[in-house]
Design a protein around this ligand. Structure first.
Ligand SMILES: Cc1cc2nc3c(=O)[nH]c(=O)nc-3n(C[C@H](O)[C@H](O)[C@H](O)COP(=O)(O)OP(=O)(O)OC[C@H]3O[C@@H](n4cnc5c(N)ncnc54)[C@H](O)[C@@H]3O)c2cc1C
Length: 531
């Protein structure tokens, strides 16, 4: 029996990422839960989780990452079509983002570089064997791929193809990532294969996603009375297990002042649990210091999931996703410049104005460096004289080609030395560095590729596990058939699923966009793969 909320139905959200915010949105609008009865409990001082955006022109801006979106993020865009945008209450976040993406069309003209020169990305360099392997992967069933890695399926030569460089840098897949997840991406995004070489079909938001998506969502929820309890960790959850019923009975909280408390859950109360987080325990370095890599022992999300997973098999297997930091981690960096030289150079070199080029990946970089120049300003308060860009390295344990240190051991200044070397702009950037007009904040992300770890069915719990009477799992590590994990769409869909499965909404969730059944799209994808 699905729930019909009463006046005192209270819902607790463990975590305040986009999944939890989406859950609150659907609880209010589709299930009729009163906003005042929704509590979002977040360990950080701000909500948004992976969708962050902080800093200022004086000390440097910071984003752990920026999102590529596409038109068929159906749950995400549908929700955002009801949320007023950051700057204009009369325009929704969805309308703003679609208009913005039509104005600044993604069309990368320097997608891959080697020795500082552009590589032709119209030819993907796949052998007949690679093409057959790709096709077989698309056509095989997921359960046959349990625990398999991408490198178990493809030849060594595949990992030197243009296809692979485009793929690995766009989605952050590694050779050792889950083959099942790669299959999902191939099937789910086959309509984007035509534009793979130039990031065709990719959509962006006007500012970084903290300001363009999270702040508007938070404002909306606050206006509806939702309560935000920040700097508070949920460290454990009590459950009562019966043969056919599982019930959450209490939450254990740890507050920023070190005090703990317990929230007893009544018969009308419900809890949504964000289990695991790809950005938990990230740490920042600075211009002169490298970030310190943390492990899971101090991570609220991974430790909570570990604690509750030990209570019931239906709660999944977090160790699969959290215990191989050496395989999961990569590092990003955010650069703030009080000077236009870098952006002007990339514009002239690539032919892309800011915000249209997307990723630029240096395929001969030991760290596999990529950078993204977003449309400026990328922050609402960013002055015109200040420019920013973001970058990342997929192999932080390798020594650089120029800087003889691993990326993980490098300060912000050292990372830029390596970057200027690959872009062949050491001379033009030196005077700007000497004047102190650059800041670079490196970030270590120990769990960033955790959702891509090889897995078997059951490693991620179902959104609503069998017999769960008053709780659900949301976010990257709750199982949703067919959807792709490293996306905001996945998190929003998981939360919408949780609401619709636990509460009577009289609505159905829109299906995942399936371009596999569209012959025109398949033919185009095959033509591109055959080039
Ligand atoms: C570098 C980078 C690039 C990305 N690129 C893209 C992209 O191109 N396209 C795309 O669609 N997506 C992209 N993503 C992925 C997307 O941003 C995430 O998948 C999504 O935001 C995850 O949302 P979430 O709410 O599920 O989890 P999270 O964002 O991880 O949020 C979980 C929140 O819960 C909190 N929390 C967890 N457990 C507890 C606890 N026990 N107590 C208190 N608080 C807790 C955490 O602090 C966190 O704030 C990218 C992410 C990153 C980091």
């Amino acid at each position: 029996m699905k729930r019909i909320p009463s006046q005192d139905t209270t819902v607790y959200m463990v975590g305040g990422g986009i999944a939890a915010l989406a859950g609150a949105y659907h609880l209010i609008n589709d299930a009729g839960v009163s906003g005042e009865n929704i509590h979002i409990v977040e360990q950080d001082a701000v909500v948004g989780g992976a969708c962050d955006g902080s800093g200022n022109p004086e000390h440097g801006y910071m984003i752990r990452g920026g999102r590529m979106h596409e038109a068929h993020y159906v749950c995400y865009w549908d929700m955002l079509s009801h949320i007023p945008s950051y700057d204009d209450p009369n325009v929704s976040v969805k309308d703003e983002s679609f208009a913005f993406s039509q104005r600044y069309v993604s069309n990368a003209k320097a997608r891959l570089l080697k020795s500082g020169e552009k590589i032709d990305t119209t030819r993907l360099g796949l052998s007949l064997r690679d093409k057959i392997n790709l096709l077989q992967l698309v056509l095989t069933t997921e359960h046959r791929l349990a625990n398999k890695k991408i490198e178990d399926w493809f030849s060594t030569a595949f990992f030197s193809t243009t296809f692979w460089f485009l793929w690995t840098s766009m989605f952050a897949f590694q050779r050792w990532s889950s083959l099942a997840e790669m299959r999902r991406y191939l099937r789910r995004f086959i309509h984007l294969v035509e534009g793979l070489g130039y990031l065709g079909g990719i959509m962006r938001t006007r500012y970084n996603q903290y300001h363009s998506v999270i702040v508007p969502l938070q404002r909306y929820l606050q206006q509806n009375g939702v309560r935000f309890q920040l700097q508070t960790q949920v460290i454990d959850i009590d459950f009562e297990f019966q043969a056919d019923k599982k019930t959450a009975t209490a939450l254990h909280l740890l507050h920023s002042n070190g005090l703990s408390s317990k929230v007893a859950l009544g018969s009308n109360d419900v809890v949504f649990i964000t289990n695991g987080s790809m950005t938990d325990n990230t740490s920042q370095g600075a211009w002169t210091t490298a970030p310190v890599l943390k492990d899971k022992s101090s991570s609220a999300s991974w430790m909570l999931w570990q604690r509750i997973a030990r209570k019931n098999k239906a709660f999944g297997n977090p160790d699969v996703f959290s215990d191989h930091i050496e395989l999961q981690k990569w590092y990003s960096f955010t650069v703030t410049l009080a000077d236009p030289t870098f952006h002007d150079h990339i514009h002239a070199f690539s032919g892309n104005i800011d915000g249209t080029g997307g990723l630029v990946t240096m395929v001969d970089s030991n760290w596999l460096l990529s950078i993204v120049i977003a449309h400026q300003p990328h922050f609402p308060d960013q002055p015109e004289s200040v420019k920013i860009f973001w970058g990342y390295g997929l192999y932080p344990d390798r020594k650089g080609n120029y800087v003889q240190k691993t990326m993980s051991a490098c300060s912000g200044a050292e990372i830029l030395q390596e970057l200027w070397y690959h872009l062949k702009i050491q001379e033009i950037m030196q005077p700007i560095t000497d004047c102190g007009k650059i800041m670079c904040i490196p970030t270590a992300m120990p769990f960033i590729d955790s959702a891509f770890m090889p897995r078997i069915a059951g490693d991620r719990p179902d959104v609503v596990p069998a017999g769960a009477s008053n709780f659900a799992f949301i976010g990257q590590f709750a199982e949703l058939p067919d959807e792709c994990a490293f996306t905001v769409e996945y998190s929003v869909r998981s939360a919408q699923t949780a609401v619709y499965e636990l509460f009577e909404t009289h609505k159905v969730i829109p299906p995942i966009y399936n371009s596999l059944h569209r012959p025109g799209i398949l033919i185009k994808a095959m033509q591109v793969i055959n080039r």
